[in-house]
Design a binder for this molecule. Structure first.
Ligand SMILES: Nc1ncnc2c1ncn2[C@@H]1O[C@H](COP(=O)(O)OP(=O)(O)O)[C@@H](O)[C@H]1O
Ligand SMILES: [Mg+2]
Length: 481
């Protein structure tokens, strides 16, 4: 990959070797004691967790840009809500993709089924996360990478990363600098959002189900939400169930309620369901349909899920499209400012142009399929090779082409499980995520809030940045002017 050119200064270096070694030990124990941890993939045990990869020191981040996207979050929330309720637009977005992408096709079938039968629960709740990178060739302005509408993770651990960096700056004597770590209570904000939605279900005896994998590595982030919900409302029962459990033990009664074992489910919070591996057999697809058909409130329901796909992001970036959903020109302009070039690959004049652009200058673009969870995109030479392979096939229409964002780099210490102490200094780049909560129905928006943030940092020469996927480290922003 082409190296990011400009550098952001780290405010806390150098640190002497002795202080560093001692700080790392302290930091790891703080992380484990406060849930900045995950289960080991190599040595899985229900009895233990290990540190999540994290950044010893917070990464510098321009204050102006941070504040800008914090403010923008409620606009994105509103946009996603309106797009999700525009059936004609959603159908047009996926028309070509579903003919070649079986996974998206299956999701779309569920969408069409519930639309045709009549949606049984009008209340929708979204815990969204809009992700951004600083674009060094555009004055370090923030540009949107994607907007997640399903299983947006790290509002739990992200909250603790802010507290951790407060602690570690204090330990290192930087008392005067702590004020530059912005407040972050994404955990309470998102948990309260789930509870507010659950309350609208209108049955105080109903339970909340966290839909999860059978084996979850990112257990702490999920449990933090569960425990926060029980702190905020001790009377609500929260259970973890998999799609397979729902298939084996779930049903819909004559009132349209989702019943699991003997409980009525008021709200289903999906932390799975966004990748093909989550549906190993027809059972899991049937379970997803059962949930969607029921009266339970879903976070997200199938239409919110679909509008988080890259194809929708690309369609929204076309000229004149935002105007279909928003009327305030200031909001539209603010959204446009964070978009980079996004191109569809349909068999038309625009699609052909995009194919040519990718072939001519592959380093300038990222090729993305309709997938979540990291590790699916193509970069650099792979963009060209893949394009040559698919350009005359329908397959190309299920991908989008995106202008590559080139973030500035910084120097930092990434602490990884089993890593050396002292850790090596590495060149890193950071991706900011802003959390939003939206609750509404087709007629109105009931709650629309920005609730917090998270920062993920990866080695500057790594293309992807997923923490659980093993590419990135948890971090928090240190605001600079
Ligand atoms: N346009 C882009 N420019 C530079 N890096 C990108 C771009 N799009 C994605 N990435 C990198 O790839 C990662 C995964 O891409 P993303 O669109 O977030 O897909 P996923 O749904 O798999 O998370 C991002 O976290 C980011 O590090
Ligand atoms: Mg992502």
């Amino acid at each position: 990959m082409s190296k990011p050119v400009p550098k952001l200064p780290n405010q806390f270096l150098p640190i002497t070797k002795d202080v560093l070694k001692e700080t790392v030990l302290k930091a790891k124990d703080w992380a484990i004691l406060h849930g900045c941890s995950m289960r080991s993939k190599n040595n899985y045990s229900e009895d233990s967790v290990q540190i999540s990869p994290f950044n010893l020191l917070p990464s510098s981040f321009p204050r102006r840009e941070f504040n800008k996207v914090v403010e923008l979050q409620t606009v994105f929330n509103e946009l996603m809500h309106r797009v999700a309720h525009d059936r004609e637009f959603v159908e047009a977005c996926f028309k070509d993709t579903i003919q070649v992408d079986e996974f998206t096709g299956n999701l779309f079938k569920i969408y069409e089924t519930v639309q045709q039968e009549g949606v049984s629960q009008e209340i929708t709740v979204g815990l969204f996360r809009s992700d951004y990178l600083l674009h060094s060739t555009s004055n370090n302005n923030l540009k949107q990478v994607e907007l997640n509408t399903i299983a947006s993770s790290f509002s739990g651990i992200g909250t603790y990363m802010t507290q951790y960096h407060r602690y570690i700056l204090q330990e290192l004597g930087h008392f005067d600098k702590i004020k530059n770590l912005p407040d972050n209570d994404a955990l309470t904000g998102s948990s309260q959002g789930l509870l507010d939605a659950w309350k609208l279900y209108g049955n105080p005896d109903s339970i909340i189900v966290f839909l999860t994998e059978e084996v979850t590595y990112n257990i702490c982030d999920q449990r933090l939400h569960e425990f926060e919900i029980s702190k905020l409302n001790p009377e609500v029962k929260v259970l973890r169930r998999s799609l397979t459990d729902i298939h084996d033990r779930g049903s819909i009664n004559s009132k349209g309620e989702l019943i699991i074992d003997n409980d009525i489910v008021g709200l289903v919070y999906l932390r799975v369901g966004y990748e093909p591996d989550n549906y190993p057999s027809k059972k899991e697809w049937d379970a997803r349909l059962l949930i969607e058909r029921s009266k339970a409130i879903k976070c997200p329901n199938i239409q919110y899920h679909l509008v988080g796909q890259k194809k929708v992001q690309q369609a929204l970036a076309k000229s004149g499209v935002l105007e279909r959903f928003l009327t305030d020109p200031k909001k539209i302009e603010a959204l446009r400012e964070v978009f980079v070039g996004l191109y569809g690959l349909e068999f038309d004049e625009f699609g052909d142009q995009a194919v040519q652009m990718a072939l001519d200058d592959p380093e300038r673009y990222v090729l993305k399929p309709q997938r979540e969870g990291g590790g699916n995109n193509l970069y650099g030479k792979d963009v060209r090779d893949f394009m040559l392979k698919v350009k005359d096939t329908k397959e190309r229409t299920s991908w989008i082409l995106m202008e590559r964002i080139l973030p500035p780099s910084e120097t930092g210490y990434m602490i990884v499980p089993g890593g050396p102490n002292p850790p090596p200094l590495s060149e890193t780049v950071s991706e900011l995520g802003i959390f939003g909560v939206l609750i509404g129905d087709p007629q109105k928006i009931i709650v629309n809030k920005q609730v917090g943030h998270m920062l993920r940092t990866k080695a500057a020469d790594s293309d992807e940045g997923g923490v659980i996927a093993g590419f990135g480290a948890l971090d928090s922003p240190y605001l600079i002017d």
